[in-house]
Design a binder for this molecule. Structure first.
Ligand code: HEC
Length: 441
């Protein structure tokens, strides 16, 4: 099992500057270290390089081989899900498996359906820490592997070394009972009330979701009740339904704050250095689990391990920004709504990450910040997928000051609908929302 370890590939042909920018950006502690650098000798390199280039020109590009080119990529970018018992529908861990799926691998990577990484990572709209975006060179390797047909095995390329995950959980959230998945649904959304047992405020600095059955748990969002009334609302919803927890879709059924967002394959998520999100002493948490029953039904008991600190140097707040006046007409293949919102900021802040959110008709989402009369792209989701929801953190935080505005553009496919689609928490309702991970400095 390598599900909790991830690998960072730093390609020898990339510049050292880029490589070190990448490794600095590595925040998720799930990132096992793999830092490969070409050893450089100041004088030797140009000579070696030009000989190589001559050689390449004479022979054409060398064929893509499994061991040298394909295996390291699949290990680093795919195997966290595509392993026996993982959420991926098949494993991609052996030569035979990769060869069998070569055509499909090319198709889903070219379309950027896989690996699931929702935000544009090409550099056109911000740079992300721990990005899973495949570079054009990597896409090309997988395409050539599919096209060449011979599928040479080759000899071992870059070794993969995983470093132990730096994570020291202090609390485990456990719904305490097994939940029997609904057999009449392919998507079962369930909210469980979990009690961290805090008598005083604490700060989440890192978390890991441990799915009971990794084949079925498709996303987990943890909401924090902010008041006694919200605790009571959750208890009421829970009591109204048989079995553990209650049915919930867009959120927990009332406006609690999201504090944790997780999709499979993410391992440990560590919030940006020195920061953490406050949990109120005495309050409950609501764990929303999206079960996709395509690969199995049965029972599940998902737990969340939290690393909580008594204090953090910089307190982060997750600020949800949305336009609940959403209303889009039915019968449109692509229809968008653009809202301009002023940022509710009392002071200058840093935006360190984003959590985009729409429902199932959502197709694209974009957030831009207006600074000194210039629109700056803050996040671009070119191909929204409800199944893959998570936080994305910037390599370099964005600054925002009081008076800044934000433009939120969401587009939907309403072709299957006969009446207008409006804001709401139901499966048939929509949202256009972004949670900003904001710190005062
Ligand atoms: C975070 C988990 C995850 C990662 C990482 C991941 N996959 Fe997948 N993959 C899935 C899941 C889950 C499915 C099933 C379809 C779905 O739910 O989107 C899937 C489906 C597929 C399919 C079948 C697509 C179809 O439409 O039937 C292929 C092929 C595939 N993945 C290849 C890859 C490759 C290649 C990589 C790495 C470059 C990769 N995946 C990375 C989770 C993952």
């Amino acid at each position: 099992m390598i599900s909790s370890a991830k690998y960072r590939l730093v390609h020898p042909e990339r510049s050292d500057r880029e490589a070190s920018a990448q490794s600095k950006g590595a925040r998720s502690a799930g990132t096992g270290a793999l830092r490969l650098r070409a050893s450089r000798s100041a004088q030797g390199e140009p000579v070696a390089l030009s000989i190589l280039l001559l050689f390449a020109a004479a022979c054409g590009p060398r064929p893509v081989t499994y061991r040298q080119d394909v295996e390291p990529l699949l290990q680093a970018r795919c195997a966290s899900c595509h392993q026996e018992g993982g959420i991926g529908p098949f494993a991609l861990e052996t030569y035979e498996q990769a060869t069998q799926q070569a055509g499909a691998i090319k198709a889903v990577t070219q379309s950027r359906q896989m690996p699931p990484w929702g935000v544009d990572g090409s550099g056109a709209c911000q740079k992300w820490s721990d990005s899973q975006w495949l570079s054009d060179t990597e896409l090309d390797v997988l395409a050539r592997w599919a096209d060449e047909g011979q599928h040479p095995l080759g000899t071992a390329g870059m070794p993969l070394v995983s470093a132990p995950v730096a994570f020291e959980p202090t609390h485990t959230l456990d719904p305490a009972v097994d939940y029997a998945l609904r057999t009449d649904l392919t998507d079962d959304y369930r909210c469980f009330i979990v009690d961290p047992g805090l008598t005083e405020d604490r700060f989440v600095t890192a978390y890991r979701v441990d799915p009971g059955d990794a084949r079925v748990v498709h996303h987990v969002i943890l909401y924090a009740a902010q008041t006694e009334a919200q605790d009571a609302a959750a208890a009421q919803l829970d009591a109204a339904e048989a079995g553990p927890g209650y049915t919930c879709f867009g959120g927990p059924g009332f406006s609690a704050r999201p504090v944790v967002g997780w999709a499979p394959g993410t391992g440990v998520t560590r919030y940006p250095e020195q920061t953490g999100v406050r949990l109120l002493g005495g309050r409950k948490l609501i764990m929303q689990v999206h079960y996709n029953t395509r690969l199995g039904v049965g029972v599940d008991r998902t737990r969340v391990a939290l690393e909580l600190a008594a204090d953090v140097p910089i307190e982060a707040t997750i600020v949800p920004l949305a336009d609940p006046s959403l209303e889009v007409p039915p019968g449109q293949a692509e229809v968008s709504q653009v809202s301009e919102l002023s940022l509710p900021l009392p002071l200058r802040v840093k935006v360190r990450g984003v959590f985009p959110h729409m429902h199932k008709l959502g197709r694209k989402l974009k957030v831009e910040l207006l600074r000194s009369e210039k629109w700056q792209c803050a996040v671009d989701v070119p191909r929204w997928d409800f199944n893959w929801q998570r936080f994305y953190f910037y390599q370099t935080p964005l600054a925002a000051v009081p008076g800044d505005s934000l433009r939120l553009s969401c587009s939907y496919d309403t072709s299957g609908r006969t009446s207008p689609v409006t804001w709401g928490e139901g499966t048939d309702d929509e949202m256009c929302l972004v949670g900003l991970y904001v710190t005062p400095r």
